[in-house]
Design a protein around this ligand. Structure first.
Ligand code: C2E
Ligand code: CA
Ligand code: CA
Length: 461
């Protein structure tokens, strides 16, 4: 062979590589895989053979990229690709299908029990590479399967059905494999309908924040509010979050609601400032899906600066269960970024989860909100009384503010005052009210700043 033709052949090879293979992992790319899939389908059709299409997606890969960096993300993809390769036989085809998605076509193992075995092996090799690179991060993958000819006769249909099965696997808790079933399509359509109804409710303002006063116990003055979502029906009836819990349990809906509440609350804070209302703090409830996305602090920063609302007026309430999430690194970064912005962080429903002293010390928590279940029998149950006393003394020694939730009567109020709890909210002071009523309430009941109060006390003495 002449030098020229060898060089031409090398260039042709490289070109072929570049157009058919993924540069990072060396696996075939999506386009090439689909061509091979089409050919395999035709052959299987004439030979009367079965095929299995597997679609695997790494869970929370976005978090890996944002906490460990893109280089680490690339290393994980390369290692995962290599590990998958070692599991497959010569007749199987594997592809990097998208960012963190791998597709496999099995022609030798197409019985359900065989597929299950391969799927389990795939899930465990995919989960193995992240912790090796970063022992603190736990990772997993999810997998959707469709079969030829049972679930479709062309490439498009088989891919779509594997995507539905993958979606089901993710929704069912991730780290698992699901084989397509026809009813999955109906379930997804149903969910999309619900989501668009929910989106419309947010867009038309039917869901809106109401404000429950938070009161300083030394002088019973209000220093702010907790914003609670309310759904206003056309006939004027007001529904509570318990009435639309199904929506709140859906991670995408929870994110939409969170964004909507943040927008409404910062609009109200801006309006109150513009009308000359004295500075008032507002707490909003954040959910795990919002905090997990990694962009929560940016979102908060941008909406606050757009509306000219000082960050110190906003408190983000998170629940203990969020702290127990496996993705510790990501959460720590999110909370630190929020603190750096100047917003406060409150630990909601304190005492009902499994948060420990370590959590309070290792996260930048400004405030604990003692759960209503400890307050309701505070004056009659010695155990509850002892627990609240211990919580208050723990918070005091850590320099953390205390808010009692669900305060309903004068006896509880006096008891909390005696125990040195700083703030409380509850029906005794008032239920959540619309923004305009909240403004009037705050003007009438606002707390003076500590300096003024000291002055007032000296003057009164
Ligand atoms: P939460 O964050 O613990 O909010 C306090 C709940 O206790 C509110 O119920 C409030 O109305 C109720 N409450 C306040 N004082 C008393 C009292 O003295 N006695 C009794 N029995 N209840 C009292 P609500 O508004 O029904 O909210 C229930 C839960 O729904 C909230 O619990 C919170 O977890 C969630 N939620 C409310 N608004 C939002 C929101 O905008 N976003 C998210 N993600 N969750 C929200
Ligand atoms: Ca709350
Ligand atoms: Ca609470």
């Amino acid at each position: 062979m002449s030098k020229d033709s060898a060089a031409r052949r090398a260039i042709a090879n490289r070109l072929w590589e570049a157009t058919h293979n993924d540069a990072l992992t060396g696996l075939c790319n999506r386009q090439h895989f689909q061509d091979l899939f089409r050919k395999a389908l035709t052959q299987a059709h004439y030979a009367g053979r079965r095929l299995a299409f597997l679609l695997m997606d790494l869970d929370n890969f976005k978090d890996v990229n944002s906490t460990l960096g893109h280089q680490a993300g690339d290393a994980i993809l390369i290692e995962t690709a290599e590990n998958i390769r070692t599991l497959l036989s010569a007749n199987d085809t594997i592809s990097r299908f998208g960012g963190d998605e791998f597709a496999l076509l099995l022609s030798d193992h197409t019985r359900e029990d065989e597929i299950k075995l391969v799927a389990d092996q795939l899930l465990s090799v995919a989960a193995a590479s992240v912790p090796r690179l970063s022992p603190k991060l736990r990772s997993s993958a999810s997998l959707g399967v469709s079969l030829f000819p049972d679930h479709g006769s062309d490439v498009g249909e088989l891919i779509q059905n594997a995507e539905l099965a993958l979606y089901r696997a993710k929704a069912g808790g991730r780290g698992r494999a699901e084989v397509f079933k026809p009813q999955m399509r109906a379930a997804v359509t149903e969910r999309l309908n619900q989501m668009s109804t929910f989106r419309a409710l947010l867009e038309t303002g039917s869901i809106t924040p109401y404000y429950q006063p938070q009161v300083r116990l030394t002088d019973r003055r209000s220093h702010g509010f907790e914003a609670l979502a309310r759904w206003i029906l056309p006939n004027g009836d007001v529904l509570l979050p318990g009435d639309f819990r199904a929506a709140l349990e859906d991670p995408d809906a929870a994110i939409l609601l969170g964004e909507h509440m943040l927008r409404c609350v910062t609009d109200d804070l801006r309006r109150w400032r513009e009308t000359g209302m004295p500075a008032c703090k507002v707490s909003i409830n954040a959910t795990a899906p919002e905090l997990k996305r990694g962009d929560y602090p940016e979102k908060i920063a941008s909406v606050l600066s757009r509306k000219g609302v000082p960050p110190r007026l906003l408190t983000i309430e998170i629940t203990e269960t969020v702290l127990l999430d496996e993705d510790v690194l990501q959460l720590e970064k999110t909370l630190r970024d929020l603190k750096d912005l100047g917003v406060s962080i409150a630990l909601d429903d304190f005492g009902t989860g499994f948060a420990t002293l370590t959590h309070l010390r290792s996260h930048p928590i400004d405030q604990i909100k003692i759960d209503r279940s400890f307050i309701s029998e505070l004056t009659s149950n010695d155990d509850d009384n002892a627990i609240v006393r211990a919580m208050l003394s723990l918070a005091r020694s850590l320099g953390i503010e205390t808010v009692a939730e669900g305060l309903e009567n004068e006896a509880q109020l006096r008891c909390l005052q005696m125990l040195g709890c700083e703030y409380a909210q509850g029906f005794y002071f008032g239920r959540a009210i619309p923004a305009d009523e909240a403004e009037a309430y705050f003007r009438a009941h606002r707390a003076y700043r500590k300096a003024n109060l000291a002055h007032f006390r000296i003057g009164a003495a």
